[in-house]
Design a protein around this ligand. Structure first.
Ligand code: GLN
Length: 518
C-alpha cells in the first residue's frame, strides 16, 4: 500500500516518528494522480511544482518545531497533502468553479480556509472538478466534463464536490476540502464511500468561496476516517473578520476518545419521513444493519417525526436560485474571467458584452437557475415564492431544533440510492433536484451533518447521515468514530477498478492540468 493510502492520523504519526517525509508523501499522491486521473478525471489543476515546494518547507518546519512544547495541535496537518474543490479561491492557482466564464481566473487571495490550511502546513496538490458553480449532484454540469466514480467508472461520483470525493476514494490525496450548500459534501462522500462533513453554518468561514447560496454555503472536509474530519475541522474553523456569519465557538477536540462501545446513554432519532418507499432496498438494508450495530454499542433509538421534510426540496429550490442569481450577477464580462466583445475595443455596447459573455460563459444549469431565481425575486412573485419559502424554512428549522432537544442526533440515509450511471438522468433537471431529498434539510437549518460509509449495494458504497445539534459536531464525531471502530466499511478501497487502469492518459486534460504560479 502506497503512502497515499494513509489517513491523516496514520501519516501524521509516521511524519512525527520521522519514518516518512512530507516530500515522499506528496510524491506518492502526485504519482497516484498521474496513474489514475486519466480515467477518473477528478482534478482540474495539479500544481506539482508548488506542492513539492510546500512539502519541502513542511519538512523543514517539522524538523524545527517538533518537540517544542505545545506544538502538538499545530503540527496535525503539517506536510499533509490535500486537494481543494475548484470553487475555493487559491492565490496563484487557477480557480474555475468548473465554468467557462472563469476558465482562466487566478484569484489574488486565498480563501480563509485555504489560508488556515496553509498556515497549518497542509500541502495543496491541486483543484478538483465540480458541477459548474456547485449547481448539481453528479459533476455532470462541469464545463470540463464529468468526473467518474472510482467504484465504477461508468457512474457519477455524486456532486457537486464529486472530484473531491472521487480523489479521496482513489487515494489521490489524504483529504479534500469541499463546500456543502445543499448536500455537496455528503452526497458525493456517500457515492464514493468516504466520510464527508458539513459543519454547522458559521463554523468555517465562507470568505473566498465562490458564492452559491450565501445563507447555506459552508466549507468542510472529505476524509478517509471520522477522526480525520475532526482534525481538518479543528484547523479550518473559527471566527473570521471577513465573514460576519462566522461564530467564535471552541471547536471539538480533533483527537477523539478511543474507548469502545461508548454510546451508552446516547439516543438517536430516526425521522420517519427519511425512511420512505422509493429508497433502494440495498440502502435500507445497510441502514438497518447500521442501526443494529449502534444498538450493540449501547445507543437507544427513538422514532421521531419532521412533518415539514416534504417542503425541503421546493423551499431549497426557491431560495437557492434566488440567492445564486444575485451572486452570479458579478460575472458580467467586465470584472472577472471571460469577456466577449464583438466590436472594436472601446466601441462595443456594454449590454452586448454582458449578454454575450454571460450567454457564452454560463452552462445550461447555471442559466436555468439564474432565470428561476430572478423570477422568484421579481416584483409580484417575491411574496408568493421567496417570502413564502423563507417562512417555511423557519418552520423546518424550528422543527429540527425541537426534535434535537429530545434526542442527541438523527440518523438517516444520505441518499435514497447508490451512484447512478453517467448520463442516466442528466436531461431531467427535476429528477436531479430530487437527488437532494435527504440532504438539503440541514442546509436550510444550518445544522451540522456527516455522511459515513455504512455498506454496499451491488458493489457500490452506501452512506448514512448523522445530523447533530447546532455546533455539536463533537457528538457526530463520537458516534461516527465508535461506529468505525466496530465496522470495516470505511476501510474498503475501490482497488479492482483502479488496478485495471492502463495508466496515465495525458491527452484529454493536458490543457487543464498544469502548473500555474504567479
Ligand atoms: N445538489 C445540490 C444543488 O444542486 C447541491 C448544491 C451544493 O451543495 N453545492 O443545488
Amino acid at each position: 500500500m502506497g503512502l497515499n493510502t494513509f489517513t491523516i492520523k496514520q501519516a501524521g504519526k509516521m511524519l512525527a516518528d520521522k519514518e516518512i517525509s512530507s516530500v515522499e508523501l506528496t510524491k506518492a499522491c502526485l504519482k497516484r494522480i498521474k496513474q489514475v486521473d486519466g480515467q477518473i478525471k477528478a482534478c482540474l489543476t495539479v500544481c506539482e511544482k508548488e506542492a513539492l515546494a510546500e512539502a519541502k518547507a513542511a519538512d523543514v518546519k517539522r524538523a524545527k518545531e517538533q518537540g517544542r512544547a505545545g506544538a502538538g495541535h499545530d503540527l496535525l496537518l503539517l506536510g499533509i497533502p490535500y486537494l481543494a474543490k475548484d470553487n475555493i479561491l487559491t492565490r496563484g492557482v487557477r480557480t474555475t468553479a468548473a465554468s467557462k466564464i472563469l476558465e482562466n481566473y487566478i484569484a489574488p487571495y486565498d480563501a480563509t480556509v485555504i489560508r488556515k490550511l496553509k498556515q497549518a502546513g497542509a500541502v495543496l496538490l491541486g483543484k478538483t472538478n465540480l458541477d459548474e458553480f456547485a449547481h448539481g449532484a453528479s459533476t455532470e454540469n462541469s464545463a470540463f466534463g464529468p468526473s467518474h466514480n472510482p467504484w465504477d467508472l461508468d457512474r457519477v461520483p455524486g456532486g457537486s464536490s464529486g472530484g473531491n470525493a472521487a480523489a479521496v476514494a482513489a487515494d489521490m490525496c489524504l483529504f479534500a476540502l469541499g463546500t456543502d450548500t445543499g448536500g455537496s459534501i455528503r452526497q458525493p462522500a456517500s457515492f464514493c464511500g468516504v466520510v464527508g462533513l458539513k459543519p454547522t453554518y458559521g463554523r468555517s468561514s465562507r470568505f473566498g468561496l465562490i458564492a452559491m447560496t450565501s445563507s447555506t454555503d459552508v466549507p468542510g472536509p472529505l476524509t478517509k476516517a471520522v477522526e480525520d474530519a475532526a482534525i481538518v475541522l479543528s484547523v479550518i474553523s473559527g471566527a473570521d473578520k471577513n465573514d460576519a456569519t462566522t461564530v467564535d465557538k471552541s471547536h471539538p477536540s480533533p483527537l477523539l476518545a478511543k474507548e469502545k462501545g461508548n454510546l451508552k446513554g446516547l439516543s438517536i432519532g430516526l425521522p420517519k419521513e427519511y425512511f420512505i418507499d422509493g429508497t433502494d432496498k440495498g440502502v435500507a438494508e445497510a441502514l438497518n444493519q447500521a442501526i443494529e450495530e449502534f444498538k450493540k454499542l449501547g445507543a437507544k433509538f427513538k422514532q421521531v417525526s419532521l412533518p415539514h421534510t416534504k417542503y425541503g426540496i421546493p423551499v431549497y429550490y426557491i431560495i437557492t436560485p434566488a440567492e445564486l442569481s444575485s451572486n452570479l450577477a458579478r460575472h458580467d464580462g467586465i470584472k472577472y474571467g471571460l469577456s466577449v466583445e464583438d466590436g472594436e475595443r472601446g466601441k462595443t455596447d456594454l449590454m452586448s458584452i454582458y449578454t454575450k459573455s454571460r450567454g457564452q460563459g454560463f452552462g445550461q444549469e447555471a442559466k436555468r437557475r439564474i432565470m428561476l431565481g430572478t423570477y422568484a425575486l421579481s416584483a409580484g412573485y417575491y411574496d408568493a415564492y421567496y417570502l413564502q419559502a423563507q417562512k417555511v424554512r423557519t418552520k423546518i428549522k424550528q422543527e429540527m431544533d425541537q426534535v434535537l432537544e429530545t434526542v442527541d442526533c438523527l440518523l438517516t440515509p444520505t441518499s435514497p440510492h447508490a451512484a447512478f450511471k453517467i448520463g442516466q438522468q442528466s436531461n431531467d433537471p427535476l429528477k436531479m433536484y430530487l437527488e437532494d431529498i435527504f440532504v438539503t434539510g440541514v442546509n436550510l437549518t444550518g445544522l451540522p451533518a456527516i455522511s459515513i460509509p455504512c455498506g454496499f449495494d451491488h458493489g457500490l458504497p452506501v452512506g448514512m447521515q448523522l445530523i447533530g445539534r447546532r455546533f455539536d459536531e463533537a457528538t457526530l464525531f463520537r458516534v461516527g468514530q465508535s461506529y468505525e471502530q466496530a465496522t470495516e466499511w470505511h476501510k474498503m478501497k475501490p482497488l479492482n477498478v483502479i488496478a485495471s487502469d492502463p495508466g496515465l492518459d495525458p491527452g484529454e486534460r493536458s490543457n487543464l492540468t498544469h502548473n500555474l504560479s504567479y
